[in-house]
Ligand binder design. Sequence first.
Ligand code: PRX
Length: 635
Amino acid sequence: MSNYHIKTVEEYHQAYRRSVQDPESFWGEIARENFVWQKPWDTVLNWDFTKPEVSWFEGAQLNITENCIDRHLPTRGDKTAILFEPNDPSEAAQKITYREMYARVCQFANVLRDMEVQKGDRVCIYLPMIPELAISVLACARIGAIHSVVFAGFSATALSTRINDCDCKMVITSDGSFRGNKTIDLKGIVDEALENCDGVEKVLVAKRVHSEVTMKEGRDHWLQPLLDVASEDCIPEVMNAEDPLFILYTSGSTGMPKGMVHSTAGYMVYTAYTFKNVFQYEEEDIYWCTADIGWITGHSYIVYGPLANGATTVIFEGVPTYPDWGRFWQIVEKHKITQFYTAPTAIRALAKQDIGFVEKYDLSSLKVLGTVGEPINEEAWHWYDDNIGKGNSPIVDTWWQTETGGIMISPIPFVTPTIPTFATLPLPGIQPCLMDESGNELTATRASGRLCIKFPWPAMARTIWGNHQRYKNTYFSIFDNKYFTGDGALRDNTGNYRITGRVDDVIIVSGHNLGTAPIEDAVDEHPAVAESAIVGFPHDVKGNALYGYVILKEMGESRDHTNLRKEINQLITERIGPIAKLDKIQFTSGLPKTRSGKIMRRILRKIAAGDSENLGDISTLLNPEVVADIKKNVI
Ligand code: PRX
């Protein structure tokens, strides 16, 4: 365990230096000493960012579930692996030990094998936050099937797009899900999605809400009876280091969502190593990340990273508002949570409530607080620090992405300093740099530019499913020989990074990445709409909210615009999901365009943000006259 756990600032600097000077020996040692391999690697790293091609631990063989479960059985068999906290606080929490996880994952894996799911097949998982979600993810990994988890808040259209893109042959879902006082008909959404998915042969259905659902003969099967008769042992598939482990979709600034492909060995090593250090996890800790497993945060820091360390990881089914705004803190007290990891949008929403919701509960078990998903503003940072951490629990502001697989820039609590609104220092192995718009690296320590990464790290996504060219164009073509993150950042004179936000047309709403193009496509589908442009504007809880400028085919007075706004949002909900709904919709006669016909989003963004006095030079626009009209009618 020599260089696995960083405990002092000297160890951090030493590890960082070594990871840059000799990355192969650095990662080789971590991988060799802290994981089980069926066969060791031939080379630690091969890479070429011009293609781009990256492989870690080439030649090695392993199964990630042996590292997440089997190897813990002799020492941690009776330790809780998953602590499930249901939506309804009066329903008992469930503790699933490592031994039980082994049996349940094996049974599930055997069911998949019986259904002829084979190594390399894609399986879509569309489940609420119940233990079956983590178990099905691991069951896929056990037999080498590639899981593609789709967040269960996505609509039928979004689901079918993702199922078809990677050609899933199976969908795992449930009869429904509980969210606060609502019940959502997940099976109905799957049925609707599958009307457009010919490749899906089987659907496995877990029972959660016990509602009536339609089961399609031959295709749909209840999960439990199959599990009941399945063996509790399942020989793990032998995986090559670079075999894909999963696909996870993320929005791009244009077009289809991108199916980011993560591979097995590098992802395992990196998520385990970063989990241990960023959360300073100790054997008796109870760790809780509030994300959904449908996002990368849940994959890396609810399932794989924690389990690879033999940790106890909480799965929470519900929402922060149910039965009231004290729910998170009630859970912290109830389970004596030691590490708590959430999103700035949740912190901002919680901070707006009566402080009595916090004060009611004993939060003294907390040691480390974390945030992820978007920049955290100073006020929210201090509220979190003062009221939740009581000034004693360092806040790890972790910057990373679906594409990076694991945390890249973050404080290490009790080791490196925290600074409000700064993600601070790169973790060992991460070589960030800042670039100017003409492609030059900014070499001064204090600088502000586009954030790139110069050198491969083990958990980076290897490609976009079915579209390597897009992977190359999006991430490796903008700056030569560097991975471009899409974010802007500032570096202070001691080398700490502050992420300033996206520099492309991706908008982060409540921590969810949304591309403007697919939302505009949904709006444009409305028969009354001629054209639309969507931009983000600052929102005090969501971080950003969406503002739509919509040109109608006929701008007549007779149309009821309230209804039209509802219909447009309904369409967005159907095509993408409720997270992409527009907060404001302004009907307009035109959109500001350049002479080549490109919408000048910069102007629209400023107007939506209430900053319409400083629009800069608009005289070069094709139609400068529309700007006055838009300003006049701003909402
Ligand atoms: O803009 C950055 C922002 O979230 C983007 C990645 O989103 P996603 O792939 O959904 O992954 C989110 C969870 C890892 C980044 O490009 N972001 C993420 N973390 C931070 C952040 N922005 C500022 N500070 C952060 N800590």
